[in-house]
Design a binder for this molecule. Structure first.
Ligand code: FDA
Length: 498
């Protein structure tokens, strides 16, 4: 087990002995800050008071990851693992409380290899989903993969939490399409699906990152898309009936044909309806006329393109954006953000929506994104993967605020108040949340006798995983009983009597 007193110097020496020196960045190295910040996505976690790691290791081979785990175990230093660095609470590279820890940054383990005849691919955790999509579709416009929207998200953290996106109503989450995986466990062993067993393979497909080991790569089933897909972005203001249309969308969005996903972004006094349809413009116009006439969509709204172009289009809003932009890993660090999430199981009334829109005139207001479920998602049993938000869920709500510099008070007050207000209209007992929209406000672990207590973790754990939480904790006890892979919201080992 991890000695209770960490030996940072011995840990660094152990790493120096086992890993090429150019892959190890300690705090005294001139490149340390640059490497640390390279994939940080929220300026909130790169300030003078942020608790930073002792070192960053950038492995180029699985054996380096195994060595880092063994050094950490023997010298009592915990590791945090980072793939794309998009964690909403920065848990892949910072600690909330003072702690000595190292970061294993997988950015250089990012190969994607597609097997065209099997229509499968192996993708390393350090790849971004933009790199994954590009590699799958650049030579075959009819192959695709269902995961999230923002191309710079890392595969490792994203798949670890499930991964929702514009094709989940047809093909499910990314993890519904994972066939195999390679993971380094808390003993430093490198295991594939057969080696890790079905319980651990279940847990890593949605149980949240950072709890069970370091997943190095994933074998995925690719999916079919037509050579051209159709998209639209339609804005409706309050004057154009946004309240009525959003109210109606709640019933329509989750019950449309599986080939059609319409998500909604509410910001200011308007709603943006953003659609991906795996079919032609004429059949989309017919479906919309039949099922959602309130939106008054016409053929003039259609944008036809390849699926790969649709990924760039949805992120950059410009259909002339070259698809190579999906390979870029750079983002700006100027913005501070905070998010929260909910799931809605019964449609919210028109009167309440009128009220919700009035929140978007207030000081500090951000935006909300509504992601429809239903379709294939509704047919998957709750316990098929750790992601429990399946049958009966109409849509996910993500609340987001943005600010610059020290100006976060109004934004965060607005966010907290709106979240409190929404409590009466969303899922209850427990109120549900999405682990990939990580939110430390809903609870943080308490450590007693050097292990996370089940009761403290249950508070947030049942919101992310409902009835799957207990099974996750049992898997954790079997594979990491001493709670080596631990953070503020890691799965606790369910040990009898604790
Ligand atoms: P990061 O590297 O920060 O890791 C996240 C967590 O997983 C950390 O706890 C980390 O330790 C752990 N982890 C990372 N790599 C691991 C590995 N190899 N093995 C084990 N644990 C690992 N989500 C979604 O479902 N659909 C969407 O469309 C979007 N869109 C979106 C846009 C933007 C701009 C952001 C910032 C985020 C999203 N997300 C999202 C949320 C996203 O899925 C979530 O933040 C992922 O955990 C990010 O994965 P990264 O690897 O980038 O994060």
């Amino acid at each position: 087990s991890v000695p209770s007193l960490a030996s940072p110097d011995d840990f660094l020496q152990c790493l120096r002995d086992k890993i090429p020196s150019e892959l190890l960045y300690t705090q005294s190295s001139s490149s340390f800050a640059g490497v640390l910040v390279s994939s940080i996505r929220s300026a909130r976690f790169f300030t003078n008071t942020t608790v930073r790691p002792l070192c960053v290791v950038r492995p180029t081979d699985a054996s380096h990851v195994q060595a880092a785990v063994l050094c950490g175990r023997t010298q009592g230093v915990r590791l945090r693992v980072r793939s794309g660095g998009h964690d909403y609470e920065g848990l892949s590279y910072r600690s909330v409380r003072p702690e000595v820890f190292g970061v294993v940054d997988l950015a250089d383990l990012r190969a994607v290899s597609v097997n065209q005849s099997e229509t499968t691919a192996w993708v390393d955790s350090g790849a971004t989903i933009g790199e994954l999509y590009y590699t799958i579709a650049k030579d075959n416009s009819q192959l695709a993969f269902p995961a999230g929207l923002c191309p710079t998200i890392g595969v490792g953290g994203h798949f670890s939490g499930g991964a929702i996106g514009m094709m989940m109503r047809k093909y499910g989450l990314a993890v519904d399409n994972v066939l195999d995986a390679k993971l380094v466990n808390a003993n430093g062993d490198l295991l594939d699906r057969a080696g890790m067993g079905e319980d651990l393979f279940w847990a890593i497909r949605g149980g949240g990152g950072g709890s069970f080991g370091i997943v190095l790569s994933w074998k995925v089933q690719l999916v079919q898309v037509p050579p051209t897909v159709t998209m639209f972005n339609i804005v409706r203001t309050l004057d154009q009936g946004a309240v009525d249309i959003v109210t109606r969308w709640q019933d329509v969005g989750p019950s449309l044909p599986n080939d059609l996903t319409i998500r909604v972004i509410v910001q200011g006094q308007q709603a943006l309806f953003q659609a991906l349809y795996l079919g032609t413009c004429s059949s989309l116009v017919a479906t919309m006329g039949d099922q959602f006439p309130e939106l008054a969509m016409t053929s003039a709204d259609c944008q036809s393109m390849t699926w790969l172009q649709s990924i760039a289009f949805i992120s950059f809003w410009n259909r002339d954006t070259p698809v190579e932009v999906l390979l870029s890993r750079t983002t700006s660090l100027s913005t501070f953000t905070k998010s929260k999430s909910d799931y809605v199981q019964s449609a919210i009334s028109k009167g309440v929506w009128k009220n919700i829109f009035s929140w978007f005139t207030m000081n500090g207001a951000g935006l909300i994104i509504l992601e429809p479920h239903g379709g294939f998602m509704g047919s998957v049993p709750t316990d098929a993967t750790p992601y429990p938000h399946r049958s009966g869920v109409l849509y996910n709500v993500q609340y987001m605020v943005f600010w610059q510099g020290d100006g976060g008070t109004a934004a965060n007050t607005w966010l907290g108040n709106l979240y409190d207000f929404m409590g009466q209209y969303v899922s209850k007992n427990p109120r549900q949340a999405y682990v990939n929209y990580r939110d430390l406000d809903i609870g943080q672990n308490v450590v007693v006798d050097d292990a996370t207590t089940f009761d403290s973790a249950k508070v947030w754990g049942e919101q992310y995983f409902t009835s799957n939480f207990q099974r996750l904790a049992a898997v954790k006890a079997a594979v990491d009983p001493t709670d080596y892979f631990r953070n503020e919201q890691s799965i606790p080992p369910l040990v009898q009597g604790r």
